[in-house]
Design a protein around this ligand. Sequence first.
Ligand SMILES: Nc1nc2c(c(=O)[nH]1)N[C@H]1C(S)=C(S)[C@@H](COP(=O)(O)OP(=O)(O)OC[C@H]3O[C@@H](n4cnc5c(=O)[nH]c(N)nc54)[C@H](O)[C@@H]3O)O[C@H]1N2
Ligand SMILES: Nc1nc2c(c(=O)[nH]1)N[C@H]1C(S)=C(S)[C@@H](COP(=O)(O)OP(=O)(O)OC[C@H]3O[C@@H](n4cnc5c(=O)[nH]c(N)nc54)[C@H](O)[C@@H]3O)O[C@H]1N2
Ligand code: SF4
Ligand SMILES: [Mo]
Length: 712
Amino acid sequence: MSRTVEATCPLCEACCGLLFTVEGDGVTRVRGDRDDPLSRGFMCTKGAALPELHEDPDRLRRPLRRTTTGWEEIDWPTALDCAAAGLRAVKRAHGPDAVAVYRGNPNAHNLGLLLFGHGVIRALGTRNIYSPTSMDQLPHMLVGLRMYGHQLLMPVPDLDRTDFLLIVGANPLASNGSAMTAPAVGRRLRAIQQRGGRFVVVDPRRTRTAELADRHLFIRPGRDAWLLATMLQVIFDEGLERPGRLGAFADGLEAVRAAVAPFTPARVAASTGIAAEAIAALARELAAAERAVVYGRIGTSVQVHGVLCQWLIQLLNLVTGNLDRPGGIQFTSPAVDPLGILRLSKPGTVGQWRSRVRGLPEFCGELPVAVLAEEMQTPGEGQVRGLLTIAGNPALSMPGGESLDRALAGLDFMVSVDLYLNETTRHADIILPPVSPLERDHYDLVFNILAIRNVAKWSPPVLAPPAGALGDWEILSGLHRRLAEGWRQRAGAALLGRLGPRRLLALALQVEARGAGLLPSSKHLTFRRLAAAVHGVDLGPLAPRLPGRLCTSDRRIDAAPTDFIAELARLAAAREPPVAEGLDLQLIGRRSLRSNNSWMHNLPRLMTGADRCTLLMHPIDAAARGLSQGERVRVRSTHGAVEVPLEITEAIMAGVVSLPHGYGHDGEGVRLSVAAVRPGVNVNRLIDPTAIDPLGTTSVLTGTAVAVTAAD
Ligand SMILES: Nc1nc2c(c(=O)[nH]1)N[C@H]1C(S)=C(S)[C@@H](COP(=O)(O)OP(=O)(O)OC[C@H]3O[C@@H](n4cnc5c(=O)[nH]c(N)nc54)[C@H](O)[C@@H]3O)O[C@H]1N2
Ligand SMILES: Nc1nc2c(c(=O)[nH]1)N[C@H]1C(S)=C(S)[C@@H](COP(=O)(O)OP(=O)(O)OC[C@H]3O[C@@H](n4cnc5c(=O)[nH]c(N)nc54)[C@H](O)[C@@H]3O)O[C@H]1N2
Ligand code: SF4
Ligand SMILES: [Mo]
């Protein structure tokens, strides 16, 4: 007998609805769910690989403890006791900040981790809290905080209704969309063209998205702020600005006009690599479009001017009247609203405390990943000596590479909550593996905030977890109860543990509904209604929400935060930095549809085909160095060196080379038998961890100066 379970894919931001055919205790088929209000039948190859992930023999099923002779499997109570005792011992001996916590990307896709991570951190009492935020979307959040008053006020492209879309530094055909939950994004981009609209891509590489676009402009890495400021200048200079109703509650547009004045197309053409006329034409096209969107993602956030880029992108949308209108960029109305009555998320903070060694400011409760290695390696009071990683692989994902690896190896005590024994968790003393993603329920607290349509869906576990196995939330709850100090914390931990994520979600929905001040009606999204709607609930298209949604103290948009304006003035006066000794190429990253950061490389289905960890280089650059297709090359930066196969292609700009991140699975003791066959190299060995955006402390991951030569 087979049955079908409807569930959201928890792997990436697209949040596709999937149909799982279950026979016995296994999944025999995965299909896209045509009745899902957002994904409408779409799925990608990673979703199809979920059963393989579930069955992967290397996926850990039982807690592991390090011994002098290797790993030993232990029972859950012992594992949780040991983990808590070890962390507590570090805290007692060296103070609460001596234990750092790193929460990786899958936290955002996991209701249990989202709801239960906070309690553990509070119980530890540490300020050394880290996540990929500071090598990812921090600039988006900081701009949301400064302009709109809340870190989560990040308007999303109204993709299904726009006529003109400018994509800067994103490759949604590979990433499936980011800070924009838009499953089947390829279909949606084609639909723009089918209804007579256009989309343009600005990227140093001709990506699949760029190939589909009406126009692709190569840009020199890290030069987007010049392009975006110049587009604004053209719009102001030619009197094309139309902020419309937004003008009534946006302050600082005159300051912006003055600040962008020095950025003329002729002045920035050489530094961006884009012809002056093409820049002016792009600005005019944007201003002329009925409904338009400027969208920038990771290529524009993990660079020195990441905050400036995100701010200028908001401004381009604002001055063309496309902020907060259908077909432009809009704010969402999630069923569980983190800005709602429960205030699940604070507006955000900057600089409440600073890192011990370099004095970098906290952002929204976290320190930048750029300082973690030095906090572990610099002796003195407050040195990090213990670490808890929760669904993260900093050994591969953080800039720093080898030094970070050494730092992890040198810790007094480390605990990892993770599915695998990988490059990071191999340094742990205790590994606590949760059930597989198919064995837990799911609700997208985060990505409903970023979805291009308001939707909600609760997914039951596809398969029953094995007896005695623990979900992520149960592991964190177990740690929380053991680490809690004082009656208040203990009572809180016990109560949360009794409720569990599902009941917490139900409670949140109930409070939200009450907060709306309505009598119970069919409009209310209760948990019962949510769970009954197996394909998900469609809450409708995005709608204008300003000025009501603004969280600034004066309920107005601050278009010109003074430090942003000052940084733009510095940019206007800046000269090209000289090329460091022989490092005459710029390194950028890339993503592949078949990969998910560092952690899905152990699934045979995704690892077929050509090697994906290759260095892309333009034929002109290869010829100049006498390099040929497929040969092994040495890539060197000021920070480190790696050796990889060369892939010569005209799809990358001359002067630029590209390597993907998340590889380097050949570390000793890693238990990833499939990934180890073609381990690839860790690109973050080349990236200097001290390079940050001065405005937001985001790590600079793109544009690294490198030299490439034939390998010995
Ligand atoms: N050079 C360079 N570096 C980058 C980037 C780049 O573009 N270039 N991108 C950056 C970005 S945007 C990000 S988000 C980070 C990602 O950085 P990380 O979050 O550190 O890395 P991931 O590869 O996502 O690792 C996820 C880990 O969680 C585990 N895991 C997966 N699912 C679950 C689960 O359900 N529960 C638990 N407990 N564990 C789970 C996996 O086994 C893996 O160890 O990398 C960043 N690093
Ligand atoms: N299949 C798959 N999907 C993923 C992930 C994955 O690893 N694999 N990771 C997920 C995560 S954590 C994230 S954050 C998102 C990211 O989602 P996206 O932002 O769409 O990610 P990328 O595909 O890396 O696209 C970034 C683009 O920026 C370009 N770029 C690099 N430097 C510059 C620059 O200086 N200027 C400009 N204009 N462009 C530049 C790169 O060439 C690349 O095409 O993807 C998510 N989805
Ligand atoms: S696009 Fe993302 S959410 Fe959809 S099936 Fe693929 S991995 Fe899962
Ligand atoms: Mo990310």
